[in-house]
Design a protein around this ligand. Structure first.
Ligand code: SAH
Length: 338
C-alpha cells in the first residue's frame, strides 16, 4: 500500500484512469486533502462509495508524529517520529516577509561535513515524499497558519534523494492542492554537480543555494569531503551554467568558522571567485555544538569579511540568527534525543 501523501496530482489522474474511474476524481481528492485538509475518506462527501472503497484498499493515510516542540520568539522547532521510529526535525521561522519552514530530506546525512551535527549521525535512509509533505501539513495545522516559504535545508542532502524531493516540490506547488509559490522554494545542496545539472532542467523556477563554505579547493576539501568528488572549480562552472540556463540568481551559503575560512584573505579570494556570477552570499554565523570543536567567528571579523565582499561588488547578507536558544541549529535537537 502506498501512502496517499506520496502522490502527485498527475499520478492520481493516472490512478483513477487505471481503475476506470473519472479523471476529475484527482481534483476532488486533492481538494479534500490539501485545500480542505480533510484526511478521513468518510468525510469526503462527493466521492462515490465504490471509489472510496478502492482508495481504501490501495492507499494508506498514516501520519508521522510530532513528539517534541521547542519555541522561542520567532522560531519553533519540531521533532517528528517516523513510522519506523526514526526521528527528524523541522524548523519554522517568522520573518518580516513571511513564514518559512526548513524541511529535512533524509534521516541523517552521508556527506560528512566536518562542522555539521547531522553528518555525524550518518544517513539511516532517505525520506519518502509523504514524510516531507507531512512535516509541512502537520505544522500548518498545529499552528493554524499558512507557511509562505519552504527551504529544503534541514537534515539531509536533497540531491542524494533527488526523486522524492522533487515529488515533494511537485505536490506542494500544485495549483490543485497546497499551491505554494514555486519561487518561494529553495533547495540547498553541498555541491552534487549531477544533481545541479538535472535540477536546472527540471525545476528552473525553484531557488538553488550552494553550501560553499570555502574560497578555494584546499580549504573546502578539509571541511567538506564531497569536494574530493566534485571539486570547487567544477562546482563553480556548474553554478555559472545554472545561472546562464535559468536566468536566476544563485545563493552561496558560507559558514563562518574561526581560523578556518574567515580571514580577510579568504574574503578577497571569495570575492574574486564569485565576481562574474549573478549571486548573493549568505554569511552564516556558525552554531557551535557540543560534539564538534569548531568555533564561531567573532562578530567583528564577520563584519570585516562582509565589508570586503561588499567593497568588491558582491551582494552579501549576514544571516539573522534563529533559535540558538532552542537547539534549532542543524540537527541538534535530534542529536540530543538520540
Ligand atoms: N545538505 C544540504 C542541506 C542541509 S545543511 C547542504 O549542504 O546545503 C543546511 C545548511 O546548514 C548548510 O549550508 C550546512 O552547511 C549548514 N550547517 C550545518 N551545520 C551547521 C552549523 N552547526 N551551524 C551553521 N550552519 C550549519
Amino acid at each position: 500500500m502506498k501512502n496517499i501523501f506520496n502522490e502527485t496530482y498527475e499520478s492520481f489522474e493516472d490512478y483513477f484512469k487505471s481503475i476506470n474511474d473519472k479523471k476529475y476524481r484527482a481534483t476532488q481528492l486533492y481538494d479534500f486533502l490539501y485545500k480542505k485538509r480533510i484526511y478521513n475518506l468518510d468525510l469526503m462527501n462527493n466521492i462515490s462509495k465504490s471509489t472510496k472503497e478502492k482508495i481504501k484498499n490501495d492507499y494508506d493515510f498514516s501520519f508521522i508524529k510530532i513528539i517534541k516542540k521547542q519555541e522561542d520568539k520567532d522560531v519553533k522547532k519540531y521533532l517528528f517520529e517516523l513510522l519506523d521510529g526514526n526521528r527528524i526535525e523541522s524548523v519554522l521561522m517568522y520573518h518580516n516577509y513571511g513564514i518559512s519552514l526548513c524541511v529535512s530530506s533524509q534521516v541523517g546525512c552521508n556527506m560528512g561535513c566536518a562542522f555539521c551535527e547531522s553528518g555525524r549521525l550518518k544517513k539511516a535512509r532517505n525520506l519518502e515524499t509523504y514524510e516531507m509533505v507531512e512535516q509541512l501539513i502537520l505544522i500548518e495545522e498545529d499552528l493554524n497558519i499558512r507557511i509562505t516559504h519552504i527551504v529544503i535545508m534541514g537534515i539531509g542532502e536533497p540531491f542524494d534523494n533527488y526523486d522524492n524531493v522533487m515529488n515533494f516540490i511537485k505536490i506542494i506547488t500544485s495549483r490543485k492542492g497546497i499551491d505554494k509559490g514555486i519561487r518561494h522554494i529553495t533547495v540547498s545542496t553541498c555541491g552534487i554537480i549531477p544533481g545541479i545539472e538535472k535540477f536546472m532542467h527540471d525545476f528552473n523556477q525553484v531557488n538553488l543555494a550552494i553550501s560553499l563554505h570555502a574560497p578555494n579547493n584546499v580549504i573546502r576539501s578539509k571541511i567538506m569531503p564531497i569536494n574530493k568528488v566534485y571539486k570547487l572549480p567544477d562546482l563553480i562552472k556548474a553554478t555559472k551554467k545554472y545561472v546562464e540556463n535559468t536566468n536566476r540568481r544563485i545563493t552561496f551559503e558560507y559558514i563562518m568558522l574561526e581560523g578556518i575560512n574567515d580571514s580577510n584573505e579568504c574574503a578577497k579570494e571569495l570575492a574574486s571567485l564569485l565576481k562574474d556570477i549573478n549571486c548573493y552570499v549568505n554569511l552564516i554565523p556558525y552554531n557551535e555544538t557540543e560534539n564538534i570543536e569548531f568555533k564561531r567567528t567573532k562578530k567583528v571579523q564577520i563584519l570585516a569579511f562582509y565589508d570586503i565582499l561588499k567593497k568588491n561588488g558582491i551582494n552579501v547578507t549576514i544571516r539573522r540568527e534563529f533559535g540558538s536558544n532552542v537547539d534549532a541549529a542543524c540537527g541538534q535537537l535530534r542529536a540530543k534525543t538520540h
